[in-house]
Design a protein around this ligand. Structure first.
Ligand code: PMP
Ligand code: GLN
Length: 380
């Protein structure tokens, strides 16, 4: 079993960022943009810090942000959430922890998909849940009805869905969403939907949330992150949206995790969520250009690049690139010999890892991507 999951190991993101710092490598591992983020959102955070209260804000979040989240999802995703159904958290990471602690009791079975974002497994196991893993494979990384029914049981309590999916950069298709909705309804299960990448989608795609599907309004926790929406990953402002019956329980867990989130950052997120559609389109277009720049450069160097529909990431298929080593060995070689940090996708598997895929973050300035590509002219 992957050692990260047998004890509380260090996440691959921290491990590779530390290696990048130690070796002076360009860090295309951990996913964060190198830009400043929107200046007006930063200015609102600064204004609120100086002019507004810095004492404990309301436990559920400041009203302006809860209203802004509900209004934002009405405009951008056609959802009918109310502010009362929004609980503000300190990042999506806290939202995941709160949702899992609130909803998982010892012995409950939790369906998860590998590759899985690193926080899910440790939280589920420490809550006493029993992970039931569905393994996804490249290049499509698709969920099938057969794989889902193989993990179903009378104890199925939760399904954790991450779409767009980090690290594969794929989005759940309409057919997969329907499959997941039918599964949840049939097993009376709740879906925790990690949708932090909902705005970072490319080529004209639009994000669809499971909460909008028939039967799911009453059984979905929709999680979002201002860090991703505004390209400010250090901010750690997130939220969970759920029907009142579930939101009340989520709030109970949240109150003992962080209780509140810095009020000025909440105010700035509230302001930013109201930005016009052009902002979101511009942000997507800029990341899409960076994606295309890195993909074209890697292709030119003879690497086979898997499609990236969303997120800050694209992946190299090592087998099809003629690289005769596994992902961990390649990432080691890349950071030490070429001076570029990346992430081995096998780190996102608890067991039976896919070992021929390496994730790179393209959310960087052109000059940084070009320098990384220059360094990657050397081949293993
Ligand atoms: N879920 C996924 C799938 C992520 O990729 C990330 C971070 N990129 C998070 C959760 C954590 O989000 P936050 O920084 O808001 O805690
Ligand atoms: N979500 C970011 C990534 O996938 C990193 C988050 C973290 O460092 N925990 O790279």
């Amino acid at each position: 079993m992957n050692p990260l999951y047998t004890s509380l190991g260090t996440t691959i993101f921290e491990t590779m960022s530390a290696r990048a710092r130690a070796t002076g490598a360009i860090n295309l591992g951990q996913g964060f943009p190198d830009g400043r983020g929107p200046e007006d959102v930063l200015a609102e955070a600064a204004r609120a810090l100086v002019e507004d209260s810095n004492q404990y804000p309301p436990m559920l979040g400041i009203p302006a942000l809860r209203e802004a989240v509900a209004a934002h999802y009405s405009v951008h995703q056609g959802l009918d959430l109310t502010p009362a159904e929004v609980v503000v958290t300190s990042g999506a990471t806290e939202a995941l922890a709160a949702a899992i602690l609130a909803l998982v009791s010892p012995g409950d079975e939790v369906v998860m998909f590998q590759p899985l974002y690193d926080a899910y497994w440790p939280l589920i196991v420490r809550a006493g849940g029993v992970p039931k893993l569905v393994r996804l494979e490249p290049p499509e990384w698709r969920i099938t009805a057969k794989a889902l029914s193989a993990v179903a049981s009378a104890r199925t309590k939760l399904v954790i869905v991450n779409s767009p999916l980090n690290p594969t950069a794929t989005m759940a298709s309409d057919a997969e969403l329907a499959l997941l909705a039918d599964f949840c309804v049939a097993h009376d299960a709740i879906a925790i939907c990690d949708e932090v990448w909902e705005h970072v989608v490319f080529d004209g795609r639009t994000h669809r949330s499971l909460i909008g599907l028939p039967g799911m309004r009453e059984r979905t926790v929709k999680i979002g992150s201002a860090g991703k929406i505004f390209s400010l990953t250090g901010w750690k402002v997130g939220w969970m949206c759920a029907a009142p019956r579930i939101a009340a329980v989520l709030a109970k867990a949240h109150q003992f995790l962080t209780f509140t989130t810095p009020p000025n950052l909440q105010a700035a997120a509230a302001y930013g969520l109201g930005k016009d559609v052009a902002y979101f389109e511009g942000m997507r277009a800029a990341f899409q250009r960076s994606r295309d720049r890195l993909a074209a450069g890697l292709t030119g160097l003879g690497y086979a690049v898997l499609p990236s529909a969303a997120t800050y990431f694209l992946s190299i298929d090592l087998d099809r690139s003629g690289v005769g080593m596994g992902d961990i060995a390649f990432c080691e070689w890349l950071v030490e010999e070429a001076g570029v940090a990346s992430i081995p996708v096998s780190a996102f598997y608890v067991e039976a890892p896919v070992t021929n895929v390496v994730r790179l973050c393209f959310a960087k300035a052109d000059a940084t991507l070009d320098e990384a590509l220059e360094r990657m002219r050397v081949r293993p």
